[in-house]
Design a binder for this molecule. Structure first.
Ligand SMILES: Cc1cc2nc3c(=O)[nH]c(=O)nc-3n(C[C@H](O)[C@H](O)[C@H](O)COP(=O)(O)O)c2cc1C
Length: 328
């Protein structure tokens, strides 16, 4: 039987399939179900920076200011305030008591502020690691790419300076030079990069004439963007890599491991079809390894990465020309 074990953020995982941060990991019961379904680890539903701020404001009974009613705060109150700060810490403690797989806490953040000391509380509550979901959408004329990159760096540095726990950073795909940013995040203290954050879909309701935001589940075709970047970054970023979008079956798991991923995060397919899909993915991975005579994941991880390509300088260009030259 193939050995599916791997390390991730310095943690020992029995297999590389992680249930990603989502409603599947928002309660102890659900975390236990993920373990029973075979998950190698779980990333808890995120705690949002705005939630921590809200709680502190409430505790201090401050007179409300206009800042208290930003759209982001309202959105969080309506949609994500199922987990307050204390309940989040309790979730970590209870999950750690209940399951034996690693439990990674998740913070959704946009600023390197005082709130990063909250990371210390996550560590004290027993989290095995912290995932920082950093989603900065550039919206102002005067914001430069350099400033935005350095905000990412400062967030990671400020958490790194406060805790010894392993840190993963979940980012979006929109960087001018992802390899450069990836290395800078590594230097700031990130152990793992999770590629990619899946943003809410921006839309307009033409009857009500207002903005709407939806969250669409991924589809298997969404795998290609993270797959490309994992293959390019593997070996050169200095970080371990995890994929976080579009893995819906064991073929997707195999592809990401061949590209160089240390682990894959999975949500949509489990939300759509149930946790039973996890076992199907593990069985499919094992069968594939058997067919190709691989006893361990290390035996094939990264085989299709740019690092191990015979002509890394042509890695991207070659595929591009091959495909487009054949297109009528
Ligand atoms: C219902 C739902 C809730 C989610 N909530 C979070 C969250 O709180 N924090 C986070 O970092 N990602 C969140 N995600 C994103 C997932 O962790 C994951 O990155 C994304 O769904 C891509 O993986 P998939 O293609 O397997 O769905 C959520 C996804 C879904 C579908």
């Amino acid at each position: 039987m193939a050995d599916l074990s791997t390390t991730y953020m310095g943690l020992a995982l029995k297999n590389p399939i992680i249930v990603g941060s989502s409603d599947l990991t928002m309660s102890v019961d659900r975390v236990r179900q993920c373990e029973e379904a075979g998950a190698g680890a779980v990333v808890l539903k995120s705690l949002f920076e705005e939630q921590i701020e809200d709680e502190i404001r409430l505790a201090r009974s401050q007179v409300s200011s206009p800042d208290d009613h930003t759209e982001a705060h309202d959105y969080i109150r309506k949609t994500a305030l199922h987990l307050s700060e204390d309940r989040y810490l309790k979730l970590i403690k209870d999950a750690k008591r209940t399951v034996s797989i690693p439990v990674i806490a998740s913070l959704n953040c946009i600023r390197p502020d005082w709130w990063t000391s909250y990371a210390v509380k996550l560590a004290e509550a027993g989290a095995d690691g912290i995932e920082l979901n950093i989603s900065i959408v550039p919206t102002y004329l005067m914001q430069t790419a350099h400033e935005i990159d350095s905000t990412y760096i400062r967030i990671v540095e400020s958490v790194r300076n406060k805790v010894n726990l392993p840190i993963s950073v979940k980012i979006g795909p929109y960087f001018s030079s992802l390899p450069h940013t990836a290395r800078a995040l590594r230097n700031a203290g990130a152990d793992v990069l999770v590629l990619f954050n899946r943003f809410t879909q921006f839309d307009i309701d033409i009857e009500k004439i207002n903005l709407t935001h939806r969250y669409n589940y991924s589809i298997p075709e969404d795998i290609h963007l993270p797959l490309r970047w994992i293959a390019i970054l593997a070996g050169q970023s200095g970080c371990q890599l995890a994929s976080a979008t579009g893995v819906h079956d064991s073929n997707g798991v195999v592809k990401q491991l061949l590209a160089g991923a240390q682990a894959v995060h999975v949500c949509s397919v489990l939300l759509l079809n149930g946790l039973g899909r996890l076992n199907e993915m593990l069985t499919g991975l094992e069968k594939w390894m058997g067919r190709h005579n691989f006893d361990t994941i290390g035996a094939f991880r990264g085989r299709m990465s740019m690092e191990l390509d015979e002509k890394p300088d042509f890695y991207q260009r070659q595929q591009y020309i091959k495909v487009l030259a054949g297109v009528e």
